[in-house]
Ligand binder design. Structure first.
Ligand SMILES: [Zn+2]
Length: 203
């Protein structure tokens, strides 16, 4: 049987990576006159690269290759970061060019309002959140690492077992009974009463 129990680190990594993959298809950029642009339909292959990198990252997660996963996630994060930077510049350039072109044009105000509507959409937030969550797995400890200190933990039960065994051995020594002749309290293992000096028969 294949063990399909994921560690917390794996689950967080999978959530982060899936979020990044979803983000690729979400509107990342919008302008009044244009359809919403996603990284997938506008990224000129970058969206596909990110999807490929994410699938690779998921495979690495399944095999618990966490260091490789972080490196691969850093690559996709860098691509996303660069795209975000480019998008931001693109918007800035379009705004500048349009304002220059519309200078003196009666539709200037209308044009500017369209350009000002150009904005980054929530797709970027999903992409960035996905990357952050994925990279956040660095701070999640593996359960395997936590089993190591158990060696010292086992000393505690051992000590208590020894202590209990010692107490069990000690118990008959401290236990008392009443002497059948003088009714004084004497040790249960006594063969002769120390008070009346009568020999006790084994019971
Ligand atoms: Zn006695």
């Amino acid at each position: 049987m294949i063990k399909m129990i994921f560690s917390k680190k794996q689950i967080v990594g999978i959530i982060g990576t899936l979020l990044t993959m979803i983000g690729v298809f979400l509107p990342a950029f919008s302008m009044n006159t244009f359809d919403d642009l996603t990284l997938f339909n506008h990224g000129k292959g970058d969206g596909v690269i990110i999807l490929g990198v994410c699938i690779f990252a998921l495979i690495l997660l399944l095999f618990r290759k966490f260091i490789a996963f972080i490196l691969v996630t850093l690559i996709s994060s860098t691509i996303i970061g660069m795209k975000l930077y480019k998008f931001d510049h693109l918007v800035h350039d379009i705004k500048r060019d349009t304002i220059q072109a519309l200078n003196g044009n009666p539709f200037e105000i209308y044009g500017i309002s369209i350009i000002n509507s150009a904005q980054l959409r929530y797709g970027w937030m999903i992409l960035c959140a996905g990357c952050c969550i994925s990279l956040g797995t660095i701070f999640i400890r593996n359960k395997k690492q936590r089993t190591a200190p158990q060696l010292s933990d086992t000393n505690i039960p051992n000590q208590s077992i020894v202590h209990a065994a010692f107490e069990m051995n000690a118990q008959p020594y401290n236990e008392t009974k009443a002497c059948p002749y003088c009714a004084q309290s004497i040790r249960i293992t006594a063969i002769k009463c120390k008070y009346c000096e009568k020999m006790l028969e084994e019971t």
